[in-house]
Design a binder for this molecule. Structure first.
Ligand code: ADP
Length: 210
């Protein structure tokens, strides 16, 4: 099963992606996490991506397409995958189609803008493994410490309120047109993001199984 998750930054894609991943035993391919890893490691790709990411802009399509093509060829993706953060533009979606990758479901997790800014202020990520938490909605067992590997939880540079506004603008302009793109292919389902994570999960699984 090959799934794409769409949704504004902070809509809860990463959280739902991890849950779907453990239910269906397929990996999450998160371009945001892959890029942050590359930035941390100081690879040429990371150096190229950093300034775009810190400003809340998209990294150029060509960089992402190459990166995703390589990732999807790895053996753990052969029974399926969940794409979180890719595609984010129509040219990226076209590139995916041109690679011959078959997509079964596209889910948009919909959350109104006003709730996004509030949610992002409480988001924390593990600086080691990228696992995502929320100080109110999804707190770690021990404050400031990752449940998975004990890494330190930090706020992402691009989660600053001003940058969140830029990212929302980018989402509406560049990523939202993908809803039409996949609706035309009859693959799109829309899930209303709920206050509680489990309630969103319920709707997400329903949409995947429906
Ligand atoms: P978000 O919380 O906005 O969904 P991500 O962790 O998915 O954040 O991505 C963080 C940043 O990484 C984006 O703001 C963008 O700069 C870059 N990025 C991630 N995926 C893509 C992509 N498919 N195309 C272009 N840039 C991307």
């Amino acid at each position: 099963m090959n799934v794409i998750l769409l949704g504004a930054p902070g809509a809860g894609k990463g959280t739902q992606a991890e849950i779907i991943s453990s239910c269906f035993h397929i990996p999450v391919v998160s371009t945001g996490n892959m890029l942050r890893e590359a930035v941390k490691d100081g690879t040429p790709l990371g150096l190229k991506a950093k300034s775009f990411m810190d400003a809340g802009d998209l990294v150029p399509d060509a960089v992402l397409v190459g990166m995703i093509q390589e990732r999807l060829q790895q053996s753990d993706c052969k029974n399926g995958f969940i794409l979180d953060g890719f595609p984010r533009t129509v040219p990226q979606a076209e590139a995916l189609d041109n690679m011959g990758v078959k997509i079964d479901h596209v889910l948009e997790i919909h959350v109104p803008d006003e709730r996004i800014v509030e949610r992002m202020s409480g988001r924390r990520v593990c600086e080691k493994c990228g696992a995502s938490y929320h100080i109110q909605y999804r707190p770690p067992a021990q404050s400031g410490v990752c449940d998975v590997d004990g890494g330190k939880l930090v706020q992402r540079v691009d989660d600053a309120p001003e940058t969140v506004k830029v990212r929302l603008g980018v989402y509406h302009k560049q990523t939202e047109p993908l809803k039409d793109y996949y609706a035309k292919q009859k693959k799109l389902s829309i899930v209303e993001g709920q206050e509680k994570i489990v309630d969103t999960t319920h709707l997400t699984l329903q949409a995947l199984e429906g």
